[in-house]
Structure formats: structure tokens, C-alpha cells
Design a protein around this ligand. Sequence first.
Ligand SMILES: Nc1ncnc2c1ncn2[C@@H]1O[C@H](COP(=O)(O)OP(=O)(O)OP(=O)(O)O)[C@@H](O)[C@H]1O
Ligand SMILES: [Mg+2]
Length: 415
Amino acid sequence: MNTAHSLAPSQVSNKARVLLPGARLGLLGGGQLGRMTALAARAMGYRIWTLDPQPDCPCAQVADHQLQASFADDAAARELARACDVVAYEFENVDLRLAQTIEQHGYLPQGSHLLAVTQQRLREKHAVAAAGVPVTAFRAVRTRRDLAAALAELGLPCVLKTTRGGYDGKGQWLLRSTADAARVPDAVFHGDAAVEPAGESDTALEAPLVAEAFVPFVAEVSVVVARTAQGDVVSFPPAENVHQDGILRFSIVPARLPQEVLRRAQKAAERVAVALDAVGLLAVEMFVTADGRVWFNELAPRPHNSGHYTQDACSTSQFEQFVRALCGLRLASPRLLSPVVMANILGEHLPAVMRHLPAWPGDAKLHLYGKAEAKPGRKMGHVNVLAPRLEEALELLRTLQVWGPLDLPAPRLSS
Ligand SMILES: Nc1ncnc2c1ncn2[C@@H]1O[C@H](COP(=O)(O)OP(=O)(O)OP(=O)(O)O)[C@@H](O)[C@H]1O
Ligand SMILES: [Mg+2]
């Protein structure tokens, strides 16, 4: 399943550098993805700085140094760029100008272009469609009139999303009727819910909203692809993802889908990573419809929640692979060593986790992010449950007594 190939030199950017352990990695963003990247990098002997406005953020707790500054603080970005041998962003809603500053004053192998594409859904969809991967029908929406026209063309139901700044299903409206459309608040049409665009402005692609056809999927899958600046590509086995209320709850690996479908998903993800000249990690979320077809949903230019299973179930985690890709080390094999179910621990789950944790078996691997406040829906940690067979892992997850009775039926394709 895992593939590795090189590109012709003409397609490879000339930004490749090799950074050996001892070098300093700067992380733009200090959330849990930064924290777990830092932990992997530390294990390999790298030093870590992080830039994040929140004191004692998850990454700062395991980093050598935190620059406590806003994601729009240009002077702090320059300091990070100068102080670090290599800088990476760990979320895509940082100000694009900051990434550009870092690119000018330091080494940002992921590049600001990848960020510009992935922080705006319209650009992202155009780029993926251009790479030859099927994308659900969509329309840019600037006004209520645009929305009415989009609904007429796309049909109902339909999903309206802010083009910028969304995560965990925030900034999205499932529209089942024109009455639902009328309830969308005025402010979103003015882009008030979004992050300000910066640079690389293509007015044809600038709009506060995008309407997309609802995909009647039977499964959601994602593939985390690693790519070096030299053009080497390695992808992890696809995860089968279960969302509730727009938030990822569980990732199941191996995904319970035909090999052919998984191969298609993996190929599509690798094709997108190459077409976008992505460096570092690119997570590609996709829908699978009953006919076995794979449709693009969205991208993340960084480690991804659905790739957390790799920490305990693969020979190399997505975080180590991220560090390898950023530092110009050879990409490692992403071999799956065990069936696994990853379950997210949200704020509302934390009391039950703490209550039952002392009795959890060792095959339930706990990861907590060091966040002080456990708000409902907030990602506080996750657990990777391992077992020789997937059914056993699902059964073991039930015995942890955190997520309720857990009904996770296998996806059914029409044969
Ligand atoms: N067009 C669609 N058809 C059907 N379901 C959808 C569609 N778009 C989104 N969803 C559902 O909502 C979930 C969240 O959507 P999406 O991935 O676009 O949002 P997000 O807020 O950027 O999420 P995150 O960044 O946390 O992955 C999807 O995983 C899927 O379950
Ligand atoms: Mg998503």
C-alpha cells in the first residue's frame, strides 16, 4: 500500500536543506500538533522554539523556548525565523504575511504558497480539481443572491462554509431548505467570521463563503502524505474517520473498505501533494460514496488529527515523518504494525477518562495535550487502542467507558 517515488529534477524546488539533530526547529503555532511534533523532534535531538500568544500553550510545555506573541506580530516572526534553522507552521489560520516574513528571513520548507492555498477553501478546491482529483460541485458565495443561485444549481441539501478560518465544523451551515438559508446570519456574507486575506490575492477566488453539494457518503477517509523538498513522497495508510457534529471522533485503521477504494484514496492524496509541491505533511480528507468513488473534501498542510493513530500503530509516526520531511532526512516507512482505533478526548470526556484511567489496559495509549481548560468540544487528548484484530480494538475501546455504547458499523458499498 505504501508508495515512494521521486520526481524529475525540474519539478523539484531548489529549497532542499539538510538539518541535523542539534538544529533548532521553530513552530509557528503551539497547539497539540506543535506539541507532538516537538516531542518527536526532541526524541531525535532537535531543539524547539514555538511562537504562540497563549502562555504555557501545549507546545511551550515541551519546547525550549516560547515567543509569546500574536500570529500577526511581524517582529516576533522575524525573531523566530532568525533564531531557528528551520520553521514550520502547525495550523493554517496563521496570517499569511507572517509566513511570508519567515520565508524572507529564514527557512520555511512548507512555503507560504501552500499556506495561501490551504487557508482558503475556494483556492484549495480549484487546485485539487486542477490536479485531476474529483471535487464535489461548489460555488463561490458573496451575497444572499449568490447563495440562492448556488442552491438552485447545486440542489438541496447543501453545505455552506466560510472560505477561511473554519475548523471542527465551525463556520459551516447544513442547508436542507431555503428557510435554512434565510437563517444564515448576515455577518458571514461580509466575511466577519473569517481570517483576513493577505497577499497573493486572486479576486476571482476571493469570497467569504463557498456552497458545496452535500455528499451522501458512506465513509470518510483521510490520507497523510509526507513529501520532502527533494520530491520524495510517502503516505500513511488511509484512516476511516467518524465525525459527529463536524468534529472528528474516531479514526479506524485499517479502514473497513475495499483495497481498491483505499488505493484510489491514497493515489489521489499523493497526486495532490505533488501537484501542490507540498513539503512537510499534507493531510487529504475525502468522502467515499456507495459506488466506491472518492471525492475530495479538504486539505491540511500539517499533521492531522486523523493521523494520530500512527503514534502507536505505525513504525514511524506522522510527527517523526513531519520532522524528517522538514529537515531533509530520508522519509521512513509508514508500516502499520497493528490494527488501531483512535478516539478523541474532548472536554466533556475528560472527567470519565480521569475516573477510569487507572484501570485502563496498556493497549489503550493515552495522549493528553496539557490544556488547562476542558471546554465541551475542545480537543484535550486522544487514545490509541491497539489489538491484534480490529474488532478487538473496537471492543476494547468500549470497555474504556468513556464514549458510551459506541455503534460504529462498517461502511457498506453498493456491490
Ligand atoms: N459537502 C459535504 N457533504 C457531506 N458532509 C459534509 C460536507 N462537508 C462537510 N461535511 C461533514 O462535516 C465535516 C467537517 O467538514 P470539513 O472537513 O469541511 O470541516 P472543518 O471544520 O474544516 O473540519 P476539520 O478542519 O476539523 O477537519 C466533514 O468531515 C463531514 O462529516
Ligand atoms: Mg475536515
